[in-house]
Design a protein around this ligand. Structure first.
Ligand code: NAD
Length: 501
């Protein structure tokens, strides 16, 4: 289900494995003209797809679910090869894709069925809220989770009766191209999902200018620009953006149990995860035990390239990004931060590897104190109380994810005060993310809109309220004096206050 149209501005790109520089493959790379034609084809197809019974859409989605699991190893290889991540991080993507397909396949029929709504004149007015697809949904995806952040967001849009045009990131187009082939094998008709690799400037902008709804995942800077453009066009927009996610270690934490979970929270996917942890607030009562135990645990990590399941952390996405991560750390160290572990590149393993890094004593003027690094770097501050930890955790322009490690009752109380779209207790991010029935997204500059939950599908629909008046008109029955009718309505309101709730 990739596009085969060709225009002068179309070309090809070669994808390289960032972990070892080997060539992964070559694929078409399209320009704005082709993107426009693809959107037109998607638009032409949309009504027919929306008319396909929901039971048929569900069957296709469940077949896609099965195919993802059947082709799991192949997908894991593609994800790893174009992204450089370790296999367990790639497996999270396959798991998420199958879970999302299953969840919405079973949930879509109920969500798309008309709802009865409360009315002013019971019995006399019959009101139904219908859910119609928005039309063509554009998805612009980043490189860090090439299956999840592209295809998992397309799943509810497709089930809701939309057609989807998806622009993957230019570093990682192969995964979504293969997923689109699996959708075709599952029986999804041509032009319902089109994956179109291309630049943000050409293909991305063509989508922003033409689709009926834009689902964007990426940086807050790009998200703010695209939100403004979507605002100009008055189309729906969801932005899943950046984060500077805090983790709180409480005074009653079980240190030995916590450290490996905290490590996963910080370094999964080489820290290139919008919801991973970049700053940690450790209660003074446990700091002397927690910090050395955590550093020891980090130093045991196996870093490497390749498809083995036992590698704990893979490569960064590119040389540019490795430079960015190194610059963040150098800046912090120059301003007084201490490196507890890591703080260096690992050229012996591969060109873009960076050691999992724990920093202490990071001063407030260090760039990484507030800015998102998007790499395997976390800093620790010792705090004197949970209140101080909460205040520091919330002192950010972001609000995507937060995590607490400690006793349940303490952690639940802290959670109530955190300004974040998800709060994970005794987990870094996966408990919140995998709660597919619950909304997932960011406060403040971490985004607008949500994925997952019922809203994650309904956002791709427009509501149509159909209200039918029967028996008596809203303005009162023929022949009844308006004052009498007003009196009757007033009495109905008065006596109905606690009945018609
Ligand atoms: P990015 O904003 O640079 O790019 C993301 C996508 O947008 C790419 O496909 C890119 O080609 C496209 N794009 C860029 N400029 C565009 C433009 N002007 N018009 C149209 N399309 C354009 O982000 P990135 O650096 O690739 O991704 C990393 C960022 O994404 C981090 O900040 C991370 O936190 C965030 N992220 C957020 C989530 C989330 O769910 N909240 C998930 C993953 C990543």
């Amino acid at each position: 289900m990739t596009t085969r149209l060709h225009n002068d501005s179309d070309t090809t790109i070669t994808i390289k494995n960032p972990a070892d520089g080997t060539i992964v493959g070559t694929t078409n790379y399209y320009g704005a003209e082709t993107a426009t034609q693809v959107v037109e084809r998607a638009r032409a197809k949309q009504k027919e797809w929306a008319a396909t019974p929901i039971k048929e859409r569900k069957k296709i989605m469940l077949r896609y679910h099965d195919l993802v699991l059947k082709h799991q190893n192949e997908l894991l290889d593609i994800i790893q090869d174009e992204n450089g991540k370790n296999r367990r991080a790639a497996f999270e993507e396959v798991l998420d894709n199958a879970l999302t397909a299953r969840h919405y396949a079973y949930r879509a029929e109920k969500l798309l069925s008309p709802d009865r709504a409360k009315v002013a004149l019971p019995i006399a007015t019959k009101t139904q809220v219908q859910h119609a697809p928005v039309g063509v949904v554009g998805i612009i995806a980043p490189w860090n989770y090439p299956l999840v952040l592209a295809i998992s967001d397309a799943i509810p849009a497709i089930l809701a009766g939309n057609t989807v045009v998806l622009k993957p990131d230019s570093n990682t187009p192969m995964t979504s191209l293969r997923a689109a082939e699996l959708f075709a094998e599952a029986g999804l008709p041509k032009d319902v999902l089109t994956v179109i690799p291309g630049s943000g400037r050409e293909v991305g902008q063509a989508l922003v200018e033409q689709v009926d709804y834009l689902m964007f995942t990426g940086s807050s800077a790009t998200g703010a620009k695209l939100a403004a453009q979507a605002g100009e066009r008055l189309i729906g927009f969801s932005g899943e953006l950046g984060g500077k996610n805090p983790l709180i270690v409480t005074s009653d934490v079980d240190v030995d149990k916590a450290v490996s979970g905290v490590r996963h929270a910080c370094f999964s996917n080489t820290g290139q995860l919008c919801i991973s942890i970049e700053r940690m607030y450790v209660h003074r009562d446990v700091a002397d035990r927690f910090i050395p135990a955590f550093v020891r645990c980090v130093e045991k990590m196996k870093i490497g390239a390749g498809h083995d399941w036992d590698i704990d952390m893979g490569s960064l996405i590119s040389a540019d990004h490795a430079d960015t991560v190194a610059e963040f750390v150098e800046d912090a160290v120059a301003k007084g931060a201490t490196v507890a572990t890591g703080g260096k590149r690992l050229p012996n393993i591969g060109p873009n590897f960076y050691a999992p890094t724990v920093l202490l004593n990071v001063p407030e003027d260090a760039r990484l104190y507030r800015e998102e690094v998007f790499g395997p770097v976390v800093y620790i501050e010792v705090v004197d109380s949970h209140e101080e930890a909460i205040a520091k955790a919330n002192d950010t322009e972001y609000g995507l994810n937060a995590s607490i490690f400690g006793k349940s009752s303490t952690a639940q109380e802290i959670a109530r005060h955190l300004e974040a779209g998800t709060v994970n207790i005794n987990e870094g991010y996966s408990a919140g993310w995998s709660s597919i029935g619950a909304p997932m997204g960011g406060w403040k500059r971490s985004g607008v809109g949500r994925r997952h939950g019922d809203g994650g599908l309904l956002k791709y629909t427009e509501s149509r309220t159909v209200a039918e008046q029967r028996i008596v008109p809203i303005g009162g029955p023929e022949g009844l004096a308006p004052e009498k009718w007003a009196g009757l309505l007033t009495a109905a309101l008065k006596y109905g206050r606690d009945i018609l709730r």
